[in-house]
Each structure stands twice: as C-alpha cells, then as structure tokens.
Design a protein around this ligand. Structure first.
Ligand code: SAH
Ligand code: SF4
Length: 372
C-alpha cells in the first residue's frame, strides 16, 4: 500500500510558499510574496496577469516556468443542492475531482489528496475506482483555487475538509504542506479551526498529526467498533486494528486536548444494529468525542444502503442517552460528507471534455455544464 509520488519532476509553483517561490524563480523576496498573493489570494495562474511585476519580468517568467500543475476540464453546478464539482486534469493525464458546497452562511471545499484511494473501503466509490498516485501540494491547493473561481465569497473564508478522494495520512507531507499554504496570511488565510482532515485510521499519521503546531481538526472514519467488521469495511484496519487505532486517538486527544470527531457512515444491517451501538459506546464513551452519523449515500454497483430515517434517529438518540455526543446529517445531497464520499476516480476522464488550450490561462474556467 506504499504510495507512489507524482510523476512530474519540477515542483508545482502553486505548491510553494513565498520564500520558496523567490528561490525557485530567482526573485527578490518581496516579488516572491507578490507572486504568492496573485496565485493564492486572487487565483491568478498566469504570470502575464500579475500586473505589479514589470513587463519584462512577466515575459521572462512566462517563458521559463509553468505555473500550474492542473488544467480545468469540467465543472458541474447544482444550484438546487448548492454543490459544485470541479474536475481537473493533471500533467500526467490523470484527473482529480473536488467539491464545493454552499450553505446559508458557509462555503465548504472538499479536497482530494490522492488519485483514487489505495485503502479500498468496501462501501466507498473512490476505493472502488482504483488507485493511481499521490497528489502534490500544488495539485491539492489548485483544487481550492479552481473551486473558488467565480464564487461570490464577500468577506467569508471557506471551510476546508480534506475528505475527497484518497487517504490523506498516506500522503502526509503533501497534505500538511497544502494545508499550511491554505492557511497562509498572504494567501487564502483560512483559519486552522476551519480545516478538517479526515482519516480512515492510519495510526502513525494520527500520531504525527498530534505533533503539528496547529489547531487543524482531525476526524476519524470509524464505521465499525469491532475488528471483524472493520477489517471488512475499512481494510486499513488489518494494518492498524482498533486497539492500535484507539491508542493513537487517545494520544492525539491527550496531546491536543480538543474535541475529537468520529465519522460513522450508517449502513442498514451492517453497522446500525443494537450490537454496533453497544460496541461503539464502549469504545468512545470515555473520550471527549462527537460521533458524526452520516446515512450511507448509495453507490451504483454496491449493495449497501442507508437505514430508514427513524432508525438513524434512534441510533443517534441512543448514543446521546449513553452519554456520547452525536449528530446526524439528514439532508441528502446537501451534506458535504456525503458529497465527498461520492467522488470517484474517472478513468480516462481527460478525454471526456477537451481541456482549455492554454494550461497557463489565468481566466476563469470557460465551460460550465449544469447537472446535479
Ligand atoms: N479517506 C478519508 C477521507 C475521504 S472519505 C477517510 O476515509 O476518512 C470521506 C468520508 O466519506 C469518510 O468518512 C468515508 O467513510 C465517507 N464515505 C465514503 N463513501 C461514502 C458513502 N457512499 N456514503 C457516505 N459516506 C461515505
Ligand atoms: Fe479511501 Fe476514505 Fe474511500 Fe476508504 S472511505 S476508500 S479511505 S477515500
């Protein structure tokens, strides 16, 4: 399950901080900061449009460097559910999908960290569609830049959930670097508490995460509270069983002292039974934790389905009665977790729609098809 690295040899400029940009581009540090602001604050992926750089410098940079690692393929916008999905093509022909979700007063971006996912959870569309490679920091950040194009954000900053395709802890360094870039004051300036990283339970990554000097939130996708069922649903459990996982989770909770979140995707007859409830309570009752219940979002080709609404509510209420804080996301399609869980690696997606002819184009994506 060792993750491969991207095939591109040069680092994506979008994955560099201001200091690194100055070094790589051979610029003075204030110019590196100017380029960084253009990319991350304004979403400009074209040196030619960076008007506070001299004309000569712009032309020279344009000639020598390729700014972005991805190109826009397609966007689908569903005003009814408030979701926008963006499909980007990567330099090696792979593609990656990410989602924006609008709520009344909140915009959330769901970003991917890998092309497909090597964990292959039995219920997940991403796992089903295979795995190709890790994404670079630039490829992760560019998803946010494209999703935010043409979005009327006023003064809001978006929330970020690293819950798209892939297991972030299997691409740890790139995930951490991209999160730091998203947090940069001179970039999007997203507060650490508005960022959540979700893991299927990679214990070593959770322990490393506990050592980071930040307030970024962590969410653990549990789904089962006994090893037999969890081995089946989340195959990573065979490497880090529940005892090992909970050891890492406790270490994290002790070190960080913040509220933990567990995700529990409710699947009828699989993990919604009374015995599941009892096991879950026994596992987490003594932790400062919230269990986020998400009714299963159907995936074509898989037989899992969500329990009836009344059963979901009963499961939530029973957790609460047992002293475990629980939330239930009911609104289908409106739910960022469910929307994220629907991202699937599209093989040959680069051929689905023709990419923009100029990969460095700083203009907003031109084609935008409307579908749900
Ligand atoms: N790999 C990481 C993050 C991406 S998956 C992880 O597993 O945590 C994001 C969340 O969506 C996980 O909690 C995952 O279990 C959930 N998910 C996947 N497929 C789903 C589906 N069909 N319905 C509801 N949730 C799903
Ligand atoms: Fe990978 Fe997460 Fe899907 Fe499991 S649920 S296959 S870890 S993306």
């Amino acid at each position: 399950m060792k993750a491969k690295t991207p095939t591109t040899e040069r680092p994506a400029l979008t994955g560099l901080n201001a200091q690194e940009l100055s070094e790589v581009l051979g610029l003075k540090s204030f110019q590196g900061r100017q380029v960084f602001k253009w990319i991350h604050q304004k979403g400009v992926l074209d040196f030619g449009a960076m008007t506070n750089l001299s004309k000569d410098l712009r032309a020279s940079l344009q000639k020598r460097f390729r700014l972005s690692e991805t190109s826009f393929i397609d966007a689908s916008n569903s005003p009814r559910s408030g979701t926008k999905k963006v499909l980007l093509r990567l330099a090696d022909g792979e593609s990656v999908e990410s989602v924006l979700l609008r709520d009344k007063d909140r915009t959330t971006l769901c970003l991917s960290t890998q092309v497909g996912c090597p964990v292959k959870c039995s219920f997940c569309a991403t796992g089903l569609s295979g795995y190709s490679r890790n994404l670079s920091p630039g490829e992760i950040v560019e998803q946010a830049l494209y999703l935010l194009r043409d979005e009327a954000m006023e003064d809001r900053t978006p929330n970020i959930v690293i819950m798209g395709m892939g297991e972030p802890m299997l691409n740890y360094d790139a995930t951490v670097k991209s999160v730091r870039l998203l947090m940069e004051e001179e970039g999007l300036g997203i507060g650490a508490r508005k960022i959540t990283v979700s893991t299927a339970g990679e214990a070593e990554g959770i322990e490393r995460f506990a050592e980071e000097d930040w307030q970024v939130r962590l969410s653990i996708s549990l789904h089962a509270a006994n090893d037999q069922l969890r081995d089946e649903l989340v195959p990573l459990n065979r490497r880090y069983n529940l005892r090992r996982l909970m050891q890492a989770v406790r270490h994290y909770g002790y070190k960080v002292g913040r509220q933990l979140t567990f995700e529990w995707t409710l699947m009828e007859g699989v993990n919604d039974r009374d015995s599941d409830l009892e096991e879950l309570v026994a596992l987490v009752a003594d932790l400062k934790a919230t269990v986020n219940l998400i009714p299963y979002n159907p995936v074509s080709g898989l037989a899992y389905r969500a329990p009836k609404r009344s059963r979901c509510e009963a499961f939530r209420d029973a957790l609460s009665r047992a002293g475990v804080k629980a939330t239930l996301r009911i609104e289908r399609g409106q739910d960022i977790d469910a929307a994220c869980g629907q991202l699937r690696r599209r093989q040959g997606a680069a051929r689905v729609a023709s990419p923009s002819p100029d990969q460095n184009s700083g203009s907003a994506p031109s084609s935008s098809s409307i579908s749900s």
